[in-house]
Write a protein that binds this ligand. Structure first.
Ligand code: KG4
Ligand code: ZN
Length: 379
């Protein structure tokens, strides 16, 4: 069974062809990083326009690289949400048109379920076994820091229960905002990871992330269950800002912003000569604080829920420091850890096609009236 997946929820236009939910035939991702770089974050109007430009060539390229024509595809799958409404609509409208024109079923996929399935796709492709359940899945990206208990008897029937999420910024968003504050490039995660290697992660004390009383109350109004596994990154981000102010770093930041603006497509090594040791230590200490917080809360939940395995996915899951800390600590607890490859950690359509496969088997198809859901929840 061939599924062509389409993903356009944020700043990546992507299409992929996956056979039987586990064999990746093609995976095309057209990134909009260059468009959003000058703004240090995604500009929704520009994102929709770029998706409109890219969607047709990206889908054609995915079919061509897979060596199939669109008529041979058994179903189309598309991200319904969560994400930017205007961006989601571009993918959905095109997927609907393809499904209608070629009389093929259309499957709506939750982007978060897609991230989780990226791990299963590669795991099955390489080992052809199931991931031991119950599992705890962490989706850690620019839009989410969410924990789910994954249960079910087989990979084709997974259920999700949300047990924790961020009450303010997502972890990736904190990377992006700190990178913008320090005049580094966008997205913030990869540049901070590269520069952190030059700094001392223990040089600057960062606050342990604390959830403020009013945030706890707000969360409990929505969900009266006490949530021990919620995240908060705004305190760490504010600590970086305070450090910059109290150590009079603004002038050197503005100087760096001006100098790097002249370098086309600056690489991490281009930044190093423009950063003093204090700035590099700040970058390393920030990354360490986020990693420590994410790993400790996730492992606390994993222990309390007595899961067999951990599934870590989303853009921030490509961070090597995060990966090594997870592997080290989970191993100590006897919990197996599964990550997608770096390429499938960030947004892609292979994960959408993979997550659609159980729905294809169950004939769980979208109607022609379904639309984008910017705040679509999972579990
Ligand atoms: O999953 P993704 O591509 O898109 C969303 O669904 O948000 O994740 C993008 C996020 C960005 O915030 C980016 O800064 C972060 O993932 N990211 C990283 C790394 N690579 C990407 N964060 C930390 N370390 C990285 N190596
Ligand atoms: Zn994502």
């Amino acid at each position: 069974m061939l599924i062509l997946g389409i993903e356009s929820s944020c700043d990546e236009t992507a299409a992929a062809v996956v056979r039987d939910g586990q064999e990746l035939l093609s995976n095309v991702v057209s990134s909009q990083i260059a468009t959003h770089l000058p703004y240090g974050g995604v500009v929704p109007e520009l994102a929709s326009r770029e998706h409109l430009r890219a969607i047709v060539p990206v889908v054609r390229e995915a079919a061509s690289r897979a060596g199939v024509c669109l008529e041979q595809v058994d179903a189309f799958a598309v991200t319904q949400g969560p994400g930017l409404a205007g961006s989601l609509l571009v993918g959905i409208t095109y997927a609907k048109a393809l499904s209608f024109a070629l009389s093929k079923p259309l499957i709506a996929v939750n982007h978060l379920e897609g991230h989780i399935h990226a791990v299963l796709l590669e795991h099955q492709e390489s080992r052809n076994t199931d991931i031991p359940l119950p599992a705890l899945a962490l989706v850690v990206s620019g839009g989410h820091t969410h924990l789910y208990i994954v249960s079910g008897s087989k990979a084709t029937q997974w259920n999700y229960q949300n047990v924790g999420h961020t009450l303010d910024d997502a972890a990736g968003e904190a990377f992006d905002k700190v990178a913008k504050l320090l005049a580094l490039s966008y997205p913030g995660g990869p540049i901070i990871e590269a520069l952190a290697k030059h700094g001392n992660p223990h040089a600057i004390a960062m606050p342990r992330s604390q959830i403020k009383v009013h945030e706890k109350k707000k969360a409990q109004r929505v969900d009266p269950q006490p949530r021990r596994y919620d995240f908060s990154f705004s305190g760490i981000k504010t600590a970086v800002l305070r450090f910059v102010e109290t150590h009079a770093m603004q002038d050197s930041i503005e100087k760096r912003r001006r100098e790097l603006a002249r370098v086309p497509n600056p690489k991490p090594e281009d930044f190093v000569p423009h950063l003093d040791q204090l700035a590099l230590d700040l970058i390393a200490s920030f990354q360490e604080a986020v990693v420590t917080d994410v790993v400790s809360k996730t492992l606390r939940a994993a222990g309390d829920f007595e899961v067999e395995s951990l599934i870590i996915s989303g853009g921030v899951a490509s961070n090597e420091r995060l990966r090594s800390e997870f592997v080290k600590q989970a191993e100590r607890e006897g919990i197996k850890t599964f990550f997608p490859s770096r390429g499938l950690s960030t947004d892609n359509a292979a994960m959408i096609a993979a997550a659609a496969y159980p729905k294809l088997l169950a004939h769980d198809f979208a109607t022609e009236h379904f639309s984008a859901e910017a705040s679509l929840a999972l579990g």
